[in-house]
Write a protein that binds this ligand. Structure first.
Ligand SMILES: Cc1cc2nc3c(=O)[nH]c(=O)nc-3n(C[C@H](O)[C@H](O)[C@H](O)COP(=O)(O)O)c2cc1C
Length: 195
């Protein structure tokens, strides 16, 4: 079974977007689609970036744990709120501290807001930095508007068939990318490109 890590980005007091991370964990497990773990940046509480992990002399156990979970995951879901049209510093901090771990990693982004637009302005900037990190950003979106009404704290979705369908499609796209990657025959590609 595939292993998916869900990064919950908000470290804000009284945060709401964590419920979306909980929803995905339950969804993946209940449908037996993958094993899922939430990587909660509020629990990790990484210090402000001062150097990449690979250059740190004595990285914290938390950072080593986070890096290993990103490295070993078949795919990642990032749940991020939109703050002033961008992503919170916490997620940039957690992305910048790693490097090789992101390479060719399928990453799906879910954006969240308490207003009507579902944090959808974040998607471009976050996709861009992940592209810079050579991750594989999944071409799917799951914007969550009015998060306070859409999910309860435990991650249960309010009755909303349209949103449930969008969530299923979002997960399917991520699983498709994970499966496609797992089927890649690297030697075959090498043969083709060397001709
Ligand atoms: C500093 C800050 C900036 C925000 N900027 C935006 C914004 O640009 N667009 C938006 O739709 N919501 C914005 N919001 C509202 C958030 O979408 C809302 O607070 C949401 O619950 C944030 O996720 P969180 O509760 O998990 O931190 C902002 C909230 C904060 C705290």
């Amino acid at each position: 079974m595939y292993k998916i890590s869900i990064i919950s980005s908000s470290v804000r007091r009284g945060r709401k977007s964590h419920s979306v991370a909980r929803y995905f964990k339950k969804y993946l497990e209940e449908h037996k689609l993958a094993t899922a773990e939430i990587l909660d940046l509020d629990k990790y509480r990484f210090p402000l970036f001062d150097e990449r992990l690979k250059n740190l002399k004595s990285p914290s156990p938390g950072l080593l744990d986070f890096a290993e979970k990103i490295r070993s995951a078949d795919g990642i879901i990032i749940v991020t709120p939109e703050y002033n049209g961008g992503y919170p510093a916490s997620i940039k901090n957690a992305i910048d501290v790693l490097y090789d771990e992101w390479h060719r990693k399928p990453v799906a982004i879910s954006t969240v807001s308490d207003g009507n637009f579902g944090g959808s302005q974040v998607i471009i900037s976050l996709q861009f930095i992940l592209w810079k990190m050579r991750a594989w950003t999944v071409p799917a979106m799951f914007p969550v508007p009015n998060v306070q009404d859409a999910f309860d704290e435990e991650g249960n979705m309010s009755d909303n068939p349209a949103m449930a369908k969008r969530a299923a499609n979002f997960i399917n796209e991520l699983l498709w990318c994970i499966e496609a990657k797992s089927r890649m025959d690297i030697d075959d590609i090498k043969g083709k490109t060397s001709k």
